[in-house]
Design a protein around this ligand. Structure first.
Ligand SMILES: [Zn+2]
Length: 141
């Protein structure tokens, strides 16, 4: 099973489970998927939540990686990092300020990433702003 974040032409976002990525493509090409808010059938897949906070501090890492899985996990995280760097705007330590600007301005669809402290993450969560938090892997080690 795989969970996708989906988005309709009116920018409604919702989540749905599929057996695999082929099932999503199949259902979507037959127009069998529709938005849970407006019933639009123009659905696309968003790869991840638009807000990403990165943690450079090892203690904040939410992933527990054992020796055996390290290389594989690291490669995945590096891929993720490259994707984020290409598609997201880096806002550094202003992240929690910027993320609020975007969250409360519904027309603003900017995708950003930056650094938050655990405290800031908790505060944002209380306001209903869900973040995707990933460990930031160094490219050269
Ligand atoms: Zn919709």
């Amino acid at each position: 099973m795989i969970k996708y974040n989906l988005k309709c032409e009116n920018n409604h976002e919702f989540e749905s489970w599929f057996a695999d990525s082929k099932e999503f493509e199949k259902l979507n090409s037959r127009k069998l998927l529709e938005c849970i808010f407006c019933n639009s059938k123009k659905i696309s897949k968003t790869i991840m939540a638009p807000m990403v906070s990165i943690s450079k501090n090892k203690q904040n890492n939410e992933f527990q990686i054992n020796e055996y899985g390290l290389d594989r996990e690291k490669r995945k995280l590096l891929k993720l990092r490259n994707y984020i760097e290409k598609n997201f705007e880096y806002v550094g330590k202003d992240f929690s300020k910027k993320v609020r600007e975007i969250y409360y301005d519904k027309k603003n669809k900017k995708t950003i990433y930056g650094i938050t402290s655990p405290k800031e993450r908790d505060e944002l969560k209380e306001e209903g702003i869900e973040l995707l938090s990933i460990p930031w892997i160094d490219k050269d080690n």
